[in-house]
Design a protein around this ligand. Structure first.
Ligand code: M6R
Length: 591
């Protein structure tokens, strides 16, 4: 939710460095953007626009003198519409203090009222602007003190950056939204995510909640927001490659990441045995085990519930993280909560984990971003090692999460080797499946249904959450109304939506539910539906057939991949950018 980025260093093209970095963060929010650059003459130049940043090449010509310090923001609107005024950065009325903000200041309305009574002039409808005015009010005490005073009055979640005209300093603070400091030679970067500065440095320091950092030409000083005490930070080297965060020869990140699934599972398969067994033990000794996540990660959690039941005969209850409060009351110190998340920064999941921590339950997180807040607050982490996922629609992280849950469920049943063997075979079939002919076949099906109003997806057993995830993928990138149902639920209501020609995707792996789901397909066809079968074998009821590898307990993986491709093709044929669907953002750091 919103990308923020700053550069402080010897290079005198700070505005363009920030422009370049912001482009790498655009997946976090892309309805508007802006940059503030501190010029050699001390004045701060601000430029902001509605729309995507991608096409802008340089800002340097607009500056009156070179700049070595700049901050930038790409926005996902929360408070105030998508307008140039509401785009960040925001400044006080004299342009002396400039800030960017990711998150929500919950008490902004009362602060704004107070500031207006104090004769402050507001130029936006955002909650964020209050911070610039609050700092500006106390600047006679110095920038740092004024910043601390201002931040102490704010409630809510935030990551903020601030600069001012009078002092050559960059200040950043966080509570609940990510901020990472990249360190190069005499150079500092501050960003919501690593890809923004990956081209310059892989040496990072993490700003934790309730901390701030003051960066000057002499270095970075970290301190506690509450006590003001200085904090020492360790420099950590990260192992992401620049190319992994680039599109390369692909037209979109989404298709690149779908294709990367040929390789990503191999990294998951290598997860250390000792770690998996240790977590499996924790789960089997627990009095209650829950598995939670939001959106796609929630559907993965639901798939996990099936995997634990079917492979290990163990009940691990799935809950959407945003509704976990219902179950949190039953947690004890013997309970385990498994959190699924790509980013490790999803606010709803973090809130749920806070409840778990308060109850003393053990937290296991299955995350892609190992440096994320979720990973750092967990008792145990299982990193999925899928590499940077940039498309808003999750694909490779999804299958890597399912793969690790498959291993964990096997470890819980004391048959980890069997689990690894299964995934090795599955990798082979994914490699065979992901060829250009397969893609063309799915493109032609997408071409035939691209103008419909609605799509249904059904599955039974583990294919039920797979159906819901497939529907999520299609609706979020193609904007076609798509719903996923359990096959058995159709006749209890959803079948009323079926009329002549409604495409209905039927997920029919080679499992115990095959005959039943094919009967459901017949029921749909009898009412005029166009049946797209996703199955290892063709069936008479299918109008179109997408062949899938039979993968036993890994069927969820082999059956979601073709539907990720279908979603992608529908988006592209309907001329939507699948990497940046409307109204969405990659990492949802607000509740
Ligand atoms: O980073 P997380 O996995 O915690 O994100 C959770 C959801 O916001 C995410 O899966 C979302 O539903 C994606 N748009 C799905 O493609």
């Amino acid at each position: 939710m919103c990308g923020i980025f700053a550069y402080f260093g010897p290079k005198e093209k700070a505005a363009d460095i920030v422009l370049k970095g912001l482009k790498k963060l655009e997946y976090r929010g892309y309805d508007s953007w802006g940059i503030a650059a501190k010029q050699k003459d001390g004045r701060i130049y601000i430029e902001k626009h509605v729309g995507k940043i991608s096409e802008v090449i340089s800002l340097e010509d607009s500056l009156t003198s070179p700049s070595h310090l700049a901050i930038g923001h790409s926005r996902w609107a929360t408070h105030g519409g998508v307008t140039q005024f509401n785009a960040h950065p925001h400044a006080d009325e004299n342009n002396k203090v400039v800030i960017v903000h990711n998150g929500i200041f919950e008490n902004y309305a009362e602060l704004k009222q107070e500031l207006i009574e104090d004769a402050c002039l507001f130029s936006s409808e955002t909650d964020s602007e209050v911070l610039a005015h609050l700092i500006a009010k106390n600047m006679d005490e110095g920038f740092e003190k004024a910043f601390q005073k201002a931040i102490s009055r704010l409630k809510g979640r935030y990551a903020v950056l601030a600069i001012c005209e009078d002092e050559d300093k960059l200040i950043a603070a966080r509570r609940g939204s990510p901020l990472i400091i990249g360190q190069g030679e005499d150079t500092y970067f501050v960003a919501s995510d690593v890809p923004a500065f990956l081209a310059y440095t892989k040496e990072v320091m993490y700003l934790d909640d309730e901390q701030m950092v003051v960066i000057t030409k002499d270095g970075a000083t970290f301190s506690s927001l509450e006590s003001g005490k200085t904090i020492k930070k360790r420099l950590i080297s990260i192992d992401w490659e620049v190319e992994e965060a680039e599109k390369g020869e692909y037209p979109h990140f989404m298709i690149k990441e779908i294709m990367e699934q040929k390789d990503t599972l191999s990294r998951t398969i290598n997860t250390a045995e000792a770690k998996l067994n240790e977590i499996a033990k924790l789960i089997s000794r627990s009095d209650r085990a829950y598995i939670i996540g939001c959106g796609t990660a929630g559907y993965v959690a639901h798939i996990g519930e099936y995997l634990f039941a079917e492979i290990a005969n163990k009940e691990v209850i799935m809950r959407p993280a945003s509704e976990f409060h219902l179950s949190a009351r039953f947690l004890t110190e013997q309970s385990v909560v498994i959190a699924i998340s790509q980013s490790g920064e999803t606010a709803d999941t973090l809130e749920a984990l806070k409840l778990a921590m308060n109850a003393g339950a053990k937290i296991v997180s299955i995350v892609n971003v190992e440096s994320s807040t979720m990973a750092r607050i967990s008792d145990k982490i299982l990193p999925i090692k899928a590499g940077p996922e940039k498309a808003v629609a999750s694909t490779k992280a999804t299958t890597a999460q399912i793969a690790i849950l498959t291993l964990l469920a096997h470890a819980s049943a004391n048959k980890l080797d069997e689990g690894r063997q299964l995934l090795i075979q599955t990798m082979g079939s994914i490699n065979d499946m992901l060829n250009p002919r397969y893609e063309d076949h799915i493109t032609s099906i997408a071409g035939n249904i691209m103008n419909v109003q609605d799509i249904m997806v059904i599955g039974r057993g583990i294919s039920h959450p797979v159906a819901m995830e497939a529907a999520m993928k299609m609706k979020e990138v193609s904007y076609i109304h798509t719903e996923g149902f359990a096959g058995g639920e159709l006749k209890h209501g959803p079948i009323a939506l079926i009329e002549e020609g409604v495409p209905s995707v039927v997920i029919a792996p080679d499992d115990n539910f095959k005959n039943e789901i094919l009967s459901n397909a017949m029921e749909l066809k009898a009412r005029g539906a166009l049946i797209i079968g996703v199955s290892p074998e063709n069936a008479e009821v299918f109008d179109y057939w997408i062949k899938t590898p039979s993968a036993k307990h890994a069927n969820a993986i082999t059956h979601i991949i073709p539907l990720q491709i279908l979603a992608y093709k529908l988006a592209v044929l309907r001329q939507h950018n699948p990497d940046m669907p409307r109204n969405l953002a990659k990492s949802v750091t607000v509740k």
